[in-house]
Design a protein around this ligand. Structure first.
Ligand code: GLN
Length: 283
């Protein structure tokens, strides 16, 4: 029989030695998950005994974590804009930077019953959040991968948004009448293949490549948003998407040649321009 204190101390030592950034707090998160408790419930219970079976389950999760599996996959969920989303290796883990995309969308002067389109929905966190926050909105969420759509469907259902958001397997809205949307949002893949060796193995080796990488410079999908999706939008419709570090200038340059007019951009908490908002030109 071991105790919470002994298990956590050993786990923290091993996490500290991991070849990637694994905050010591993750030990308590994983143990709370195994015990079916909240993290705060473990505070103060350091001397509590842990059964052998719980210790074995914890050891298994810790090994997976030490092999680089993201904590969100081990816990099976991640919070985004105040709601919990189920995630697994089929989808990108929702990130706090992407909350700026929601912030940008909610600040737009949209019609009372807006129609939105989410391109590359992944876990469905963006589409679900928009549907929950804009209670009169209807949306369509697309992803290339049917396996991913199953995860998004679960999350829409979980938050009561299934009846207002339609899911489709499609490549950036090909075959869809894009002119009926007031707002198109996307967290596209934008990492550069050229930088792949410099990206944390935790991300590169564990999360879906389709959701991460887009061409040598990371700009291929964004280019398609500007030049394939943009021209098909109705005049004055909005297009808002996430970008990577250093991509604001090339994106604004591309936009100059497109049918879209940059409206504004938002920096993330690290000061990196992260979300660009554009509007379809009238002519
Ligand atoms: N923001 C992710 C990362 O840097 C990349 C996701 C994406 O390409 N949209 O890990």
């Amino acid at each position: 029989m071991t105790t919470v204190r002994a298990l956590l101390a050993a786990a923290r030592r091993r996490l500290a030695a991991a070849p990637f950034d694994a905050p010591p707090r993750e030990a308590r998160l994983l143990l709370a998950h195994v015990l079916g408790k909240r993290e705060v419930d473990l505070l103060g219970g350091d001397g509590d005994a842990i059964s052998a079976s719980a210790a074995a389950r914890f050891a298994e999760l810790l090994e997976r974590r030490l092999c680089g599996e993201p904590v969100a996959y081990l816990l099976g969920e991640r919070e985004f804009w105040g709601r919990s989303f189920r995630v697994d290796a089929r989808v990108l883990v929702p990130r706090p930077e992407t909350e700026h995309l929601i912030e940008a969308a909610l600040a737009l002067p949209l019609p009372p019953q807006p129609h939105f389109l989410d391109l590359g929905t992944g876990s469905g966190c963006i589409a679900t959040t928009l549907a929950c926050e804009l209670t009169a909105a209807r949306g369509v969420a697309l992803d290339l991968s049917p396996a991913t759509l199953a995860v998004a469907a679960g999350n829409l259902h979980r938050h009561g948004a299934s009846s207002r958001v339609r899911l489709l397997a499609s490549d950036l809205g090909r075959g869809l009448a894009l002119s009926r949307f007031d707002l198109v949002v996307s967290n596209p893949p934008y990492l550069a293949l050229a930088d792949a060796s410099a990206i944390s193995t935790e991300v590169r080796d564990q999360e879906p490549h389709l959701a991460l990488f887009s061409g040598e410079r990371g700009l291929d999908t964004i280019e398609r948003l500007l030049f394939e999706v943009g021209p098909a939008l109705a005049p004055a419709a909005w297009l808002a998407f996430e970008i990577g570090a250093g991509q604001l200038d090339p994106v604004l340059e591309m936009a100059e040649r497109s049918r879209l007019e940059p409206a504004h951009w938002i920096a993330d908490l690290a000061g990196i321009p992260r979300v660009v908002v554009l509007r379809r030109r009238a002519t």
